[in-house]
Design a protein around this ligand. Structure first.
Ligand code: SF4
Length: 351
């Protein structure tokens, strides 16, 4: 017997993307259906990406009709899309309350990587980021995060091999829903993406980094550093001023000790701001002797922003200097820069 209440009133539709297995079981019982129907419905929602009961063809017509009256699935609709020269596709997806988010599909041979948003807008206010300028609209549910992945998968008609939580929003400011989405993506009965191929990127919210270290799954952690000099970082990332680099360093040490996993540090090079000698020295000091991988990213220009990209020579210099202190670093090519889909460029905009 399912213990959970379905809903307060029969008029309230059960959202298939956010209801629990118990709630679905209770609905099946109420409709006089065997329990395995709940599993069949979940298979449609989470494996096939179908939320409309009318399309669930292995259910009887009577059950499909009954379900249509009783359930809904948040259902994102595609408001706009752009295709990059490199094959990446950016989508603007809208939800029923008018909130809209962007997600990106990045194909490469035998791989499909998806970048998802965890919030509509963002409250962190990073100085170089288009999303940060607009402020936070609202956080997304796990179902809405998951739906972005399904949308990209269905559009490419290809298996998703990795997901990065690096779109709009600070995932750790929406910790519980982010975790639920990660677990659903990892679930073998859903998309079954390996935990190590699911990466969450944070500005450095320390309490959540420590909480993340205690999660049983081997999800990957990425931290946006962008500077290891407090004064510079305060300007670039005002949303995390309250978490000092000294404390961040200690928290990352604790994360590594606890998990044995290597975090990635994201460092977007901004000409004349965080690509100076002093900044390289400081980054080398921050990373020396620790378990980490540094991704050097060329800043993507955002129109109207005073920040400009650094040079390829500087990027190479960062990699070499880090190598000298035993730290692996990679120059990462941002995908989809020509369609404003690259890091820091996502913004709600219909073209
Ligand atoms: S870089 Fe990320 S955390 Fe910072 S404002 Fe932009 S979306 Fe938010």
């Amino acid at each position: 017997m399912a213990e959970e209440n379905l809903h307060d009133s029969p008029a309230t539709a059960l959202d298939l993307h956010s209801c629990t297995h118990g709630q679905l079981l209770a609905l099946m019982e109420e409709l006089g259906q065997p329990a395995f129907r709940a599993k069949q419905i979940e298979d449609w929602v989470w494996s096939k990406g179908v939320g409309d009961p009318a399309q669930m063809t292995n259910l009887s017509k009577a059950l499909r009709d009954a379900l249509s009256e009783r359930v809904g699935a948040a259902g994102a609709s595609e408001l706009a899309r752009q295709v990059s020269e490199d094959g990446s596709r950016k989508y603007l997806l809208g939800f029923s309350d008018g909130a809209a988010v962007e997600c990106v599909g990045m194909p490469s041979p035998r791989k499909l990587s998806v970048c998802v948003s965890t919030q509509a807008g963002c409250a962190m206010g990073c100085a170089f980021c288009a999303t940060g300028r607009a402020g936070l609209v609202r956080s997304l549910t796990a179902g809405e995060i998951y739906e972005q992945v399904m949308h990209v998968r269905n559009d490419f008609n290809s298996r998703v091999t990795s997901v990065v939580f690096m779109g709009q929003g600070e995932p750790f400011a929406n910790y519980d829903e982010t975790l639920k989405a990660l677990r659903k993506l990892n679930d073998p009965d859903a998309l079954g993406i390996g935990a190590r191929h699911l990466t969450v990127s944070t500005c450095g919210l320390i309490p959540q980094i420590l909480k993340f270290a205690n999660e049983p799954e081997q999800f990957t952690l990425a931290v946006s550093l962008h500077s290891t000099i407090q004064k510079t970082r305060n300007v670039l990332m005002p949303g995390v001023r309250r978490f000092s680099l000294v404390h961040l360093y200690a928290a990352l040490g604790e994360y590594v000790n606890k998990t044995g996993r290597r975090p990635t540090y994201e460092y977007a090079l901004i000409g004349g701001v965080n690509d100076t000698e002093e900044e390289i020295d400081s980054l080398c000091d921050f990373c020396r002797g620790t378990l980490c991988h540094v991704n050097i990213i060329q800043l993507n220009e955002v129109s109207g922003s005073p920040f400009k990209p650094s040079t390829p020579e500087k990027a190479q210099q960062f990699v070499e200097r880090l190598a000298r202190v035993g730290v692996e670093a990679t120059i990462r090519n941002s995908r989809g820069a020509d369609i404003d889909a690259a890091c820091g460029q996502l913004r709600q905009r219909v073209r």
